[in-house]
Design a protein around this ligand. Structure first.
Ligand code: PEP
Ligand code: MG
Length: 328
């Protein structure tokens, strides 16, 4: 079906009933940006900035970070790029970072990582903020923060960025026309504070990789658990449905940037729940776009409450049967 997917490159990711879904790619390195033109995606919904740190033998200094971000923005042209601040620490430990105080965590996935490390080691985050802000001078910068568990973490991260913006501006250098801030939702606790954080967000991005591992208390890297819980289980879909409804009511665009969105049946379920943006691995753009273009979103949304009330371990068979009988 390769040729069929290639032929859809320039067609919009729009459902049969006219709902436009934003279909974006996940990226992390300069070379990943070629995927935008190859796939015809709408932009980069998740740029994992820690990749540059992970492939470097030494801590990337500001100039190197800034060069990467500028190249990424140039490659994207007028398509949006959402940069996620570094998600390092825990299992993505950096050998060149002084690790005295982060050594030997018993549960690195639940450890001192991402925004937790970023706010405490704020020199690292200030450098990154400055690199991003200067790289995006004269354009819109979109930033999001990983592993936010409570609204105050988001507030502190935004304040750090705003202080850098002011500093750069006061020193007569160019700053972005606008900075759009958002957060990942991948720690379940944040869902309990959504009403407090939504008014401050320009967008919300659900990271289903970590979210499902935390929701089910099941290590995402443990092969013994890989088959045990399904992304199409009622628990996950109900959770995502509730978050999506709240975000939509607050007029905050909500997307999914975990691997779940790259599988056509899962992506179909997400659209059924009201998700309007998927950021996925580039190879999945073709199959997911084909699914979107054959879907009647309104018909599916009408059925979702019924599916979600079924006390099954997984709704995969039911959703798959619906897809088959509806030409998806
Ligand atoms: C996620 O957790 O779903 C996610 C997109 O981030 P990462 O896979 O980089 O942890
Ligand atoms: Mg994550």
């Amino acid at each position: 079906r390769r040729a069929e997917f290639a032929a859809m490159r320039d067609l919009p990711a729009q459902t049969k009933d006219g709902l436009r879904i934003e279909l974006m790619v996940n990226a992390g390195l300069r070379d990943d940006m070629a995927a935008l033109d190859v796939t015809g995606a709408d932009g980069v919904g998740l740029f994992r900035t820690e990749f540059q740190f992970l492939v470097s033998a030494t801590l990337p200094q500001r100039e190197r970070q800034q060069r990467l971000y500028r190249e990424v923005l140039e490659a994207a042209g007028d398509r949006p790029v959402i940069f996620r601040t570094v998600d390092i620490g825990g299992d993505k430990a950096l050998p060149y970072l002084n690790t005295d105080d982060e050594a030997d965590e018993e549960n690195p996935a639940l450890g001192w990582r991402a925004i937790r490390l970023g706010l405490e080691r704020d020199a690292l985050m200030k450098v990154q903020a400055r690199a991003l802000i200067e790289a995006a001078a004269g354009r819109t910068l979109s930033v999001m923060f990983p592993m936010v568990s409570e609204p105050w973490e988001y507030d502190e991260a935004v304040a750090l960025f705003e202080a850098q913006r002011k500093w750069i501006h006061d020193h007569g250098r160019g700053v972005p026309n606008a900075i759009r801030y958002g957060t990942m939702l991948e720690v379940p606790a944040l869902a309990e504070s959504l009403d407090m954080i939504l008014p401050k967000l320009d967008f919300l991005s659900i990271g289903t990789n970590d979210l499902t591992q935390f929701l089910f208390a099941a290590d995402r890297a443990n092969p013994k658990l890989a088959e045990r819980y399904d992304w199409l289980s009622p628990a996950i879909l109900r959770f995502l449905g509730r978050v999506t409804r709240q975000a939509c009511e607050a007029n905050v665009p909500v997307g999914v940037c975990g691997e779940m969105g790259g599988r056509p049946l899962e992506a179909m379920a997400l659209i059924g729940l009201g998700i309007g943006r998927l950021s996925i691995t580039p190879a999945a753009i073709g199959p997911v776009k084909a699914m979107i273009r054959s879907l009647d979103a309104a018909a599916l949304r009408e059925r979702m409450a019924d599916f979600l009330s079924r006390p099954l371990r997984s709704l995969r068979a039911d959703l798959s049967a619906w897809a088959d009988s509806n030409g998806v």
